[in-house]
Design a binder for this molecule. Structure first.
Ligand SMILES: [Zn+2]
Length: 135
């Protein structure tokens, strides 16, 4: 009788321990999936290709900046990929004559423009930025 109770207790304890581990694992993998799905493919790729075991907020910012901007390229707008969607399909137009800028005629002049062919994010060499959401 005592042995049966002991075995039942053991089984019950094991079951509770399994259930706690299972529930924790399920919640943790659900959270991991939620984080994974929030990141664009380009960001996931950049993070997975990085050799560091952990990334701080600062390191993650630098990693994304390195994938987006190359200051050594010597362009007026040194973007390698779109900061909005991550696409590398950018179209550059140099020396575009602008009669007046979005803030008024004082911004008239010649500017370089970079435009993302995928999401239509645009930035000019005088710092004006727009995207499809702004329209
Ligand atoms: Zn884009």
């Amino acid at each position: 009788m005592e042995i049966t109770l002991f075995l039942l207790g053991l089984m019950f304890g094991g079951l509770i321990s399994w259930w706690i581990t299972h529930a924790y694992y399920k919640k943790s993998s659900k959270n991991q999936n939620a984080v994974f799905n929030k990141l664009s493919e380009e960001v996931r790729e950049a993070i997975l290709n990085d050799n560091r075991e952990k990334l701080s907020v600062l390191e993650l910012n630098e990693l994304i900046r390195e994938k987006t901007i190359d200051e050594e390229v010597g362009e007026a707008i040194p973007y390698m990929s779109c900061p909005k969607c991550g696409s590398e399909d950018l179209e550059r137009t140099s020396d575009v004559e602008v009669d007046y800028g979005p803030e008024g005629p004082e911004l008239a002049g010649h500017y370089d423009i970079v435009r993302c062919k995928k999401c239509e994010w645009t930035k000019t060499s005088h710092g004006y930025e727009s995207s499809r959401d702004d329209i």
